[in-house]
Design a protein around this ligand. Sequence first.
Ligand SMILES: Cc1cc2nc3c(=O)[nH]c(=O)nc-3n(C[C@H](O)[C@H](O)[C@H](O)COP(=O)(O)OP(=O)(O)OC[C@H]3O[C@@H](n4cnc5c(N)ncnc54)[C@H](O)[C@@H]3O)c2cc1C
Length: 278
Amino acid sequence: MKPASFDYLRPATVADALAALAAGGDDARVIAGGQSLMPMLNMRLVQPRLLIDLGRLEELRTLRVEDGWLSVGAAVTQAEVLARRTLAQEVPLLAAALPWVGHFQTRNRGTLCGSVAHADPSAETPLCLVATGGEVVLRNLRRRRTVAAADFFLGPLTTVKAADEIVECIRFPLARPGSGHAFREQSMRHGDFAIAACAATVDGERASLAVGGVADRPTTRSWPLVAGGLPPDLDDALNAFAWDLGGDDDQHATARYRRDLVRRIGRTVLEEALSCRR
Ligand SMILES: Cc1cc2nc3c(=O)[nH]c(=O)nc-3n(C[C@H](O)[C@H](O)[C@H](O)COP(=O)(O)OP(=O)(O)OC[C@H]3O[C@@H](n4cnc5c(N)ncnc54)[C@H](O)[C@@H]3O)c2cc1C
């Protein structure tokens, strides 16, 4: 299939990109890696008149630690983050989850910020951002604002981002000493979107589980540790969480199967996170 015709702009600066986005209104879209947007264009699910390419803006090619956060700019690809040698120490959950995002070919172009802006409920990057307590930095022509990841996602492909804003960068808090992290997912094949994905963190006196692919957005629940271990009624707690997540039957799995994955994978990753505390 072929997309409807559109104009293509490769701005020289972020300010130029934001000006074009503001002027274009609902007819304009930004494109980063194109790994989600191009299929949508080809299927004519979206038909913008103007595409504004963020992918080559050096200002957005930032990947650095600042003030206790790992900051990932909008032009940084999934492959570039995965190749960072210190990633497993800085954000171990992201290091564990990124290899599950698509394939190396798609990771060479796809960006973390694009995945967050796209807000697929099964995507691993939004899940990690919510699970770690990360932030989304939004920018338009007039201002910059920071939104907690837990407040950013509203539902499938829906966020609090306004049409004239870009995701300038996302920020993951650095893992604290003594914390433990684990990630697992179930998908039809490696590289497919998750049927259910579970990200666990054990930090201080609490254990947290974030789940993607079941509810309409990444969702977290946490429990106090009991005598340094997981709560004795964890199975009941996971069962209640699985039912609260809802989840629908679709062509990939039934809601019942998804609940079962939350119970089983949830327990596994919580145990792994507890046992690998550093
Ligand atoms: C074969 C295949 C398998 C895949 N498997 C997975 C998978 O298992 N897990 C997974 O999570 N993803 C998967 N993906 C999607 C992939 O991770 C995409 O890279 C990602 O969802 C979007 O990032 P992008 O940079 O390609 O964004 P684009 O496709 O360029 O854009 C996606 C959307 O976000 C908007 N956008 C992009 N960047 C910004 C920004 N900085 N500010 C504001 N809006 C922005 C665009 O306007 C568009 O609406 C797969 C893709 C393919 C083709």
